[in-house]
Design a protein around this ligand. Structure first.
Ligand code: PAF
Length: 290
């Protein structure tokens, strides 16, 4: 496995290959990332991962400075999963001048849910992913693949739309969320939890499951009137939020949406329930399709 730091070195490392399969990450890798890497090895003729903690997607009060940076351990795990090239640029390699050109995703997709609570987050994500794609795929001649986890469900949807609207010749692949034995979605931020918080953390995925089970029969009834459906869903969401907050969480949202565009659902729509909540100082997100 080759470790490279500059876009130029990355292009040289990828020159012999036609068809990269790329897993962008911010490092501190867990089995969710490694599952994507293993999937990537079955897609292209070279498997590439990037490790870059992207300042552009963090608000000033967020955890950019403390985000765990574990390059050596990450490289060992990447190699064991079959990765061939790791791109780990320094900030000055990827942003040699301030990144004033940015990608602005549409409000209706990117300013709801995560984007509502983390203004500018998806601008930062789209901008860095666009740039990483230029570095990884610029010279590719064959099919190109980019893999993202479904745990960041809205991110996956925003990036799918970016790739499609810019007619980028890249197939975006979504990987299933990997969970601990108790159901907690794997996340680099789980490492911030104290042992007591770690025990409590499963309550978020349980809340999402309970909410999806309560919402399922309402959505399945295709004859329900839309306004009545939305009122009932809102009622379920509010009581789920109240229950979680009563356990000591501070919930940003628990919301049932339709899968296709993350808008409010109509009767009969395939749905997903998404949630973000803070336990102590750790903000966790999760979702469940149903
Ligand atoms: O999901 C992440 O780790 C990041 O948002 C990504 C896609 C690597 C962009 O920095």
């Amino acid at each position: 496995m080759q470790l490279v730091h500059t876009p130029q070195a990355l292009r040289a490392a990828l020159a012999p290959f036609a068809s990269p399969a790329f897993v962008p990450t911010m490092g501190n890798l867990h089995d969710g990332h490694l599952d994507l890497v293993r999937q990537a090895t079955t897609l292209g003729d070279v498997t590439v991962a990037s490790i870059f903690v992207n300042r552009l997607q963090f608000a000033p009060h967020e955890d950019f400075d403390t985000y765990p940076r574990t390059l050596q351990a990450d490289c060992e795990r990447l190699q064991a999963a079959g990765c061939q090239v790791v791109f780990a640029p320094k900030e000055s390699d990827l942003y040699p001048v301030p990144q004033t050109f940015k990608v602005h995703p549409p409000t209706e997709l990117a300013d709801i849910l995560e984007g509502h609570f983390r203004p500018g987050f998806f601008v930062g994500v789209c901008t860095v992913v666009m740039k990483l794609f230029q570095c990884v795929f610029a010279e590719a001649k064959g099919p190109r693949f980019a893999l993202f986890g479904k745990k960041d469900y809205q991110q996956l949807m925003v990036l799918r739309n970016m790739v499609s609207q810019f007619a980028m010749p890249i197939t975006v692949v979504g990987g299933e969320t990997q969970r601990a034995a108790d159901g907690l979605a794997l996340s680099s931020r789980n490492g911030y939890l104290s042992p007591t918080e770690r025990q409590e953390a499963v309550a978020l995925s349980r809340a999402l499951r309970a909410l999806s089970e309560a919402a399922q029969p309402l959505l399945a009834n295709a004859t329900t009137d839309v306004a009545a459906l939305r009122q009932s869903l809102q009622h379920l969401e509010q009581s789920a939020k109240a229950q979680l907050d009563a356990r000591g969480w501070k919930t940003d949202y628990l919301s049932v949406r339709r899968r296709s565009d993350l808008n409010l659902p109509h009767p009969g729509d395939a749905a997903v329930v998404l949630g973000a909540s803070r336990l102590g100082t750790t903000r966790l997100i999760d979702n469940l399709e149903f």
